[in-house]
Write a protein that binds this ligand. Sequence first.
Ligand code: PMP
Length: 371
Amino acid sequence: MTADLARGRLPLRPDLVGLEPYGAPQLDVPHLLNVNENPYAPSPEVVADIAAAVADAAAGLNRYPDRDFEALRADLAAYLHVESGVALATEQVWAANGSNEIMLHVLQAFGGPGRTVLSFAPTYSMYPEYARDTFTGWVAGRREADFGLDADVARTAIAEHAPSVVLLASPNNPTGTALPAETVLAVLDAAAAVPGGCVVVVDEAYGEFRRAGTPSALELLADHPHLAVSRTMSKAFGLAGARVGYLAAAPALVDALRVVRLPYHLSAVTQAVARAALRHAPALMAQVGSLRDERDALVVWLRERGLTVAESDANFVLFGLFDDRHAIWQGLLDRGVLIREVGPDGWLRVSVGTPQDMVAFQDALSEVAGL
Ligand code: PMP
């Protein structure tokens, strides 16, 4: 029986018929610059510490893990305090298998049938999928030509759609745009006026890469019980393979997430790996500094060649504009450089890699685009 025929006999939800799983191509090429990973593998010291922590955890794997992962939450709170200057209690921190799962928990708790999640496009393409998977209505408002968010546009959209959740990626994927505190405050104010309540999630997956002077929304937590700030260890920590995302919010909001999570969702191995990596935060943060510098140099290089480049506070850059962006993408791939064909028509996104990756990208792009 062919797979198609078998599928035809399965009671698949009608709204899922014909859909493909989300994901960028996973190709074996020398320069992987397509999913905003950290190009630096963990150092031998980090690897040794992780291996020792996993060995320790392995000795207890006959038991379920700490369901509330108190030690990890305390370590994450301590890290956020150092990174952003904001002091948080353990009960204000939540974690899951990537910030993807964090967002699913948020929508499981605060979305659902008859409710709406609002975001502003272009933005992270998984957001509508979280909505679909939780039977939450999806509405995409618009960003401006520079990919910023106009506070009046946001206020109007919130008043019109009365969402129970607003998702704001800052820095935004795929554009790199960070939102100023005034914009986030305007959204928080408008959300506070939604009858029935509205949770605002600021997705700071790329928060550590923000430029000096750009504040984290963590600073707004103390005065806004309907705000949640989501982060991940996938990017700055170079731990995408470990699948650890986390969120900071008021204890009552975190308590709601505890209701919808699967029991023991964060394995003992994951908890051990994350805690070991967090012990190395200072060294890893130094690496973030060099990635930021590499990003800024890349923006200058692209602009010097007459290309249009979106302002970036992230570890990637959106650039264009190309009449045939697919041809450029393919030409780069043919030269061993994999980037992402994403964002509005004509634009391409490249992740910041090692200096060697950047040279390979620049050489390939110069050739393919005739720069
Ligand atoms: N949010 C944004 C804006 C992202 O770009 C990504 C990853 N591409 C995620 C969340 C999810 O990251 P993870 O699940 O690895 O934490």
